[in-house]
Design a protein around this ligand. Structure first.
Ligand SMILES: Nc1ncnc2c1ncn2[C@@H]1O[C@H](COP(=O)(O)OP(=O)(O)OP(=O)(O)O)[C@@H](O)[C@H]1O
Length: 894
């Protein structure tokens, strides 16, 4: 903790910092005492001091951003299970003093580790530069010099230091461990720390006695790793980077979910490892029982087991992913933050999207303001604007909601146009205007009200779906007016109205929603003035004023994007907090058949199994809270779908965490960008189609490698077992098996550069273990058939083990080249990497036995008559491959 950095800390400060940095002992202190101990003030740090602290305490990052040293990277690659098994086999060979086998295994491991760490290094480097593009920022209050006025500005979170004063608002990540100085309706989601999914309320407690609670329950402390779901706050940073509680909780953990692709590759890998571990004893047993051979066959058995391993799998996965991600970033500006997410994107068959800001632009314009009878009434707009203005001002939100901006802009226009003395929109109170115009849009800066004064605010949250501003009016002494605006049903629930009026207003809302308008109801209530804060309990017995309707334009490319996704077999489902009528209209305009719309209330009445059934056949879910969205996503996954979620708001975060892969646009709020695996450069949704296609291509290449590598290896093992039993000598020397394996492995890296057929990216890319096993069995047997035919040729034309070994070595390498060319999924031109790889394989197969290295490996020249016969075997093998490929067997699971 802090003691490690203590050298430059002024005497007396270090212990105080330590004291507060623990986050516990600050509990009994007042905010001012905490600030004093941090050698800070409520107006923020001076820039120079912040810089000094940054040098002293280091960056506010949980994990070091510097790339790991080479040695660590290499060591890290040894953790892969294939490598571990290979090393184990190498040790067994060394113990059995089979030095050549042990040496070749060591070379194999070294090649695989070096290639993998080089690939990972390149992937990390490009991922780091991409991550910088979507870096999150913190809103900090600092001063240029001791006597300067505080300036609120955004800085990269990494630059925060203890003592900084930060502002928090909905959608922000809590950037460090902080102690609240002021809070308004603040609720935070701290699941990353506590596992608790419900947001918890945070505030500055009235009395220190309240502070005797467990650390994460302390109301005045917020922690790095949590996010703000509603409300606002000003807080002082008490600990940054590795000193935060989040860092200590996550030290040493990779900390990300395992996606669908990771799971299937892991499954296949472990099946192969079990198979491998069985192979060596099986070879030993067969040779002992049928040939009476003893432990001298151990190196050969080990080599056969090694030959079965697709040890280049991690290298291919990293290379294919990194290439796909780099190409996406370059071509369409899509940033893949978590590389395996690219595969998950390729496997997605359901994409859930929120509506506002995703399918629509979130650039709203007021379309109507009506009283409860449906007549235009400027007073409704006026009070909506009073609510918007004081919500923004008092809640100190970092960025005002588009909806509030639109209401203020319309109220201003209405105020300008009013010739009848409606002068409720005039100049701003001088004390507020400068701060506002610095951070907010022009409408907010200009539109203010001389006749009311803000007193308090109960901030918006997506579960309550409303926000209340409390104002004092000059004409009403001793009275505070609650101005409430929010979703129509939720405001009506709090109004003192009869059933008939309620039904009439709901019908009015339905009609306007069917025109595609977003609707808000506005209501008022007078209460005796008080100093005690207002709470949700005060939002009762309201008088309904009317409704405001806002038009939100559709995103320019939304319809094209939905059509493209449908062509790729991805079903799109809309999950919105908005009115069902508005959602239905928007979907219809986008060409998405809304069908029956399911609302949040209905979801509440269903158990998980029934929800899974309903979700599969429903295209639009409306009036969803964040928890509803997450439940629908989980239900879809439980129903066997691979689900993506595209959202841009804080209300989408739980669903993004629940999905296989989460996407968001670049201008989404911080917490959403943090939760996303894939960030779209802008609002152009058609890039999702390109991202899905790239995911499917990468998966296609990896699947091709797995199918070809494993089926050839299986074929070879069958042949070795058969030959081992038929021949009086070993069918291949251990070193020969391993050299051949090394050649296969390196050549197959070329698959990372292939471009699978466009037809293959028309359906979700999934590795299906059953189809995969069927594929490797069939092609493994065909491969073994070619080997057995070669054995027959060799029996006729050659004698002695050197000739046999050489003949089989040559045939094996050429058949491998053939398989690579004939079984790749793409029908298009062969990429140059693959041409080189297969050409080199064939050349090594033909020439190595003739070279001095071949002699050292126990290989030698073959009789010329062997080659025409080999050609016949190869032609027959090629024909068999082509036939099998044309049958449905070629679909090896991806
Ligand atoms: N600033 C606001 N003031 C008052 N009410 C609001 C405000 N923003 C949203 N609402 C109301 O709350 C409802 C739910 O909002 P929420 O933000 O959860 O979803 P949404 O923005 O409508 O849709 P989506 O889930 O597609 O983003 C809205 O339909 C609206 O009626």
């Amino acid at each position: 903790m802090a003691s490690a950095r203590s050298a430059a800390v002024p005497a007396g400060t270090e212990r105080a910092f330590d004291h507060v940095l623990t986050g516990v002992s600050g509990a009994g202190l007042t905010p001012l005492e905490v600030l004093r101990r941090l050698d800070a003030g409520p107006r923020g740090l001076v820039e120079d001091e912040a810089q000094r602290r940054l040098e002293r305490y280091g960056e506010n990052a949980v994990l070091p951003r510097r790339p790991a040293a080479w040695a660590w990277r290499l060591l890290g690659t040894l953790r892969d299970p294939f490598t571990a098994v290979l090393l184990g086999l190498g040790v067994i060979s060394a113990v059995a003093t089979s030095w050549s086998t042990a040496c070749v295994i060591a070379v194999l491991v070294a090649v695989s580790c070096v290639l993998r760490s080089a690939g990972e290094y390149r992937a990390d480097r490009s991922a780091a530069s991409l991550r910088d593009l979507v870096a999150t920022t913190a809103t900090v209050q600092r001063r240029a010099a001791e006597e300067s006025a505080p300036l609120v500005r955004e800085i990269p979170v990494e630059e925060l230091v203890p003592g900084d004063v930060v502002r928090l608002g909905p959608g922000d990540m809590v950037p460090a461990d902080v102690r609240l100085l002021r809070a308004d309706g603040l609720t935070v989601h701290q699941a990353a720390l506590t596992g608790e999914s419900a947001p918890v309320s945070k505030r500055v407690p009235d009395a220190p006695a309240e502070l005797a609670r467990p650390l994460f329950d302390q109301p005045h402390l917020c922690f790095a790793g949590s996010s703000v779901t509603a409300g606002t706050a000003t807080a002082v940073v008490t600990a940054t980077g590795p000193d935060t509680h989040f860092a200590s909780a996550h030290r040493g953990l990779a900390g990300r979910r395992t996606g669908a692709f990771d799971r299937s590759v892991n499954g296949i890998s472990w099946t192969l490892i079990r198979f491998m571990l069985l192979t060596a004893p099986l070879v030993l047993l067969a040779n002992a029982v049928l040939r009476g051979r003893g432990l001298e066959t151990l190196p050969f058995a080990v080599a056969v087991a090694v030959g079965l391993t697709p040890e280049m799998l991690p290298v291919i996965v990293t290379t294919a992913l990194a290439r796909g991600a780099a190409e996406l970033a370059r071509r369409v500006g899509v940033i893949v933050k978590r590389l395996p997410a690219l595969h998950d994107l390729g496997a997605v068959d359901v994409l859930c999207v929120d509506k506002t800001g995703t399918l629509t632009r979130d650039q709203l314009a007021v379309g109507c303001y009506l009283d409860a009878e449906g007549r235009t009434d400027p007073a409704v707009l006026h009070w909506a604007a009073v609510n918007s203005l004081w919500t923004i001002q008092l809640a100190d939100v970092p960025a005002p909601d588009a909806l509030d901006e639109a209401i203020l802009a319309a109220a201003e226009t209405e105020g300008d146009a009013a010739a009848d003395g409606h002068d409720w929109l005039a100049s701003a109170p001088a004390r507020r205007e400068p701060a506002l115009s610095a951070v907010r849009g022009p409408a907010v800066a200009r539109a203010t009200f001389t006749d009311v004064n803000g007193v308090d605010v109960i901030p918006f949250d997506p579960v309550r779906r409303l926000v209340t501003a409390v104002v004092a009016r000059p004409d009403r002494h001793g009275v505070h007016t609650l101005v409430v605006k929010g979703a129509v049903e939720d405001v009506l629930d709090r109004c003192a109205i009869d059933e008939e009026t309620r039904a009439r207003v709901l019908r009015l809302a339905e009609r306007r929603a069917a025109d595609g308008l977003r609707l808000l109801a506005v209501a008022l209530a007078d209460r005796p003035a008080r100093t005690r804060p207002y709470t949700r309990a005060d939002e009762r017995g309201l008088t309904l004023l009317g409704i405001v309707g806002l038009r939100d334009e559709l995103a320019a490319t939304a319809d094209d994007a939905l059509a493209a996704l449908a062509r790729r077999g991805v079903a799109v489902k809309v999950l919105t907090g908005d009115h069902p009528g508005t959602a239905a209209r928007v979907c219809a305009e986008l060409g998405l058949a809304p069908g029956e719309i399911v609302t949040g209330d209905r979801i509440d009445g269903l158990d998980d199994a029934r929800l899974a059934q309903l979700a599969a056949g429903t295209a639009v879910f409306a009036r969803c809270t964040p928890a509803h969205k997450a439940r629908v996503v989980r239900a879809l996954r439980r129903g066997g779908h691979t689900v993506g979620f595209l959202g841009d708001g804080v209300n989408d975060v739980p669903a993004m965490h629940a999905a296989d892969v989460a996407l968001c646009p670049r201008d989404a709020v911080d917490v959403t960008r943090e939760a996303a695996d894939v960030v779209l450069a802008d609002k152009d949704l058609t890039v999702i189609d390109a991202a899905v296609a790239a995911g499917r291509r990468s998966t296609g290449n990896i699947a091709t490698y797995l199918r070809i590598a494993v089926s050839s290896n299986v074929g070879n093992v069958i042949s070795m077992l058969a030959a081992g039993v038929l021949l009086p000598f070993l069918p291949m020397l251990p070193a020969q098996v391993l050299v051949q394996n090394l050649c296969f492995d390196v050549s197959q890296l070329a698959f990372a550069y292939d471009r699978p057929d466009a037809a293959d990216s028309r359906r979700p890319a999934v590795l299906r273990p059953y189809a995969f096993s069927r594929y490797i069995t069939v092609f493994g047997l065909v491969n073994a058939g070619a080997d057995l035919a070669t054995f027959a040729v060799l029996a006729v034309f050659t004698s002695g083990q050197t000739a046999f070994h050489s003949g089989w070595f040559t045939e094996n390498l050429i058949t491998q080249a053939l398989v690579m060319l004939l079984l790749r999924t793409a029908a298009g031109p062969v990429p140059s990497a693959l041409r080189w790889a297969t050409g080199s394989l064939a050349a090594i197969g033909l020439l190595l036995p003739l070279s001095p290295l071949g002699a050292a490996l126990g290989l030698g020249a073959l009789p010329l008559a062997y080659y025409p016969c080999l050609l016949v075997v190869l032609a027959a093998y090629g024909a068999a491959l082509a036939v099998c490929r044309r049958s449905r067997l070629a679909s090896g699971g991806a």
